[in-house]
Design a protein around this ligand. Structure first.
Ligand SMILES: [Zn+2]
Length: 374
């Protein structure tokens, strides 16, 4: 008995060696497999990267965008956001779209910097227009307002933060181009400006709306957005839809339906502006009928927005399901299309017919459209 007892002990000690070894081997195999799967997934993503971006519509075929950002600018941008995020003391923003929305749960400066840098890398890889816009806008405006951090720290999730920075920074062309005397739009890598006529306030549109959305309150009742600002929202929400599409394609989760719904609602507002101006502001209507530049920019932004909405629908956004925020895409587009005759009247009066996406730069300056590199 005494001699036999060491036997099982020896077996046990062998088993004690084998089990950890097997576990270790399994961990290594699992690790290698995980790396392989991640790389394969990445390769698949890169392989079909073209499709999502090709679907979006260019502002003008004779002026294709170039989203190259000089590495010196990238460095300066990075230094600025690191500095701003370190200094930021969760101050307030008086931007109407942000209102008093909650700040992100308290992050340390290091955490918010890491998060901002990851978000910027996402934009650079998957939405270069957004990356170009954010870097250049921050470089031009950080002296005046810490816009980036203000927007960046005001959303709970990464998709929301990406949307906030791109959407809001595309609005502030008046800060980055203070020399502009008309109304300017940041489209692709360009700053595009047109003369501005005296237009009525957006709260006048409320009388036409039979089924209201909570968005109407913010954009029409409170902000009283004029037709130029509505066009600016169409531009910014088109970018929001691109962010949402890029995010769902290359990250995980479900697509943000708010952005396409809001874009379709802004198109509806645009049609109501035309109706209101024609019905109640004859002088402004006459001025718009002569304003080729406005008609051109409006036609191109509307076309780009419609293409983007179709892309979002093709990629899984529901056209018919709506929320209190903006109602459904199909419902808004149907209301917008009811007023198509007003758009046609304006295009006919200004002599704009077809092939607009191919106008050359000299042709555009003849229309009164000023185009410069952003
Ligand atoms: Zn906006």
């Amino acid at each position: 008995m005494d001699e036999k007892t060491p036997e099982p002990k020896k077996k046990r000690s062998q088993a004690c060696c084998i089990i950890p070894t097997v576990i270790l081997i399994l961990i290594v195999i699992g690790f290698v497999a995980a790396i392989f799967i991640i790389e394969k997934k990445q390769a698949d993503i890169v392989a079909d990267r073209g499709a999502a971006e090709q679907y979006s519509e260019q502002f003008n075929a004779s002026m294709p965008p170039d989203y190259t950002v000089a590495s010196m600018d990238e460095e300066t941008f990075n230094e600025k956001i690191v500095k701003l995020l370190r200094e930021y003391d969760s101050g307030t923003s008086n931007f109407s779209e942000i209102g008093d929305s909650q700040l992100m749960k308290a992050l340390t400066a290091d955490e918010s910097i890491a998060s901002a840098q990851a978000s910027m890398k996402f934009l650079k890889d998957y939405y270069p227009e957004g990356y170009f816009l954010v870097v250049n806008q921050v470089l031009k405006t950080y002296e005046e307002q810490p816009m980036f951090v203000n927007f960046f720290l005001r959303s709970m999730d990464e998709a929301g933060r990406l949307d906030f920075v791109v959407h809001e920074l595309s609005h502030i062309s008046d800060l980055s181009h203070p020399e502009c005397t008309g109304y300017g739009y940041v489209i692709e890598d360009k700053f595009i400006s047109i003369p501005e006529i005296d237009a009525p306030q957006g709260d006048e549109l409320l009388k036409y709306i039979s089924q209201s959305a909570s968005m109407d309150e913010k954009y029409l009742k409170e902000s009283k957005q004029k037709i130029y600002t509505t066009l600016d929202e169409i531009n910014s929400y088109t970018k929001s839809v691109r962010v949402a599409r890029a995010y769902i394609r290359y990250q995980t989760g479900v697509i943000d339906e708010d952005a396409p719904q809001a874009l379709s609602r802004q198109l509806y507002y645009l049609s109501l502006h035309l109706k209101n101006i024609k019905d109640h502001h004859p002088d402004a209507w006459q001025a718009l009928m002569r304003d080729k530049g406005f008609a051109y920019v409006m036609a191109r932004l509307v076309s780009m927005a419609k293409t983007e909405l179709q892309a979002a629908k093709d990629e899984g956004v529901s056209g018919s399901a709506g929320t209190d925020f903006a109602l459904s895409i199909d419902q808004n587009l149907a209301l917008f299309e009811q007023k198509q005759a007003l758009f046609d009247e304006l295009y006919a009066a200004t002599g704009l017919v077809g092939g607009l996406e191919n106008y050359t730069q000299p042709e555009l300056s003849e229309l009164g459209v000023t185009i410069e590199k952003f």
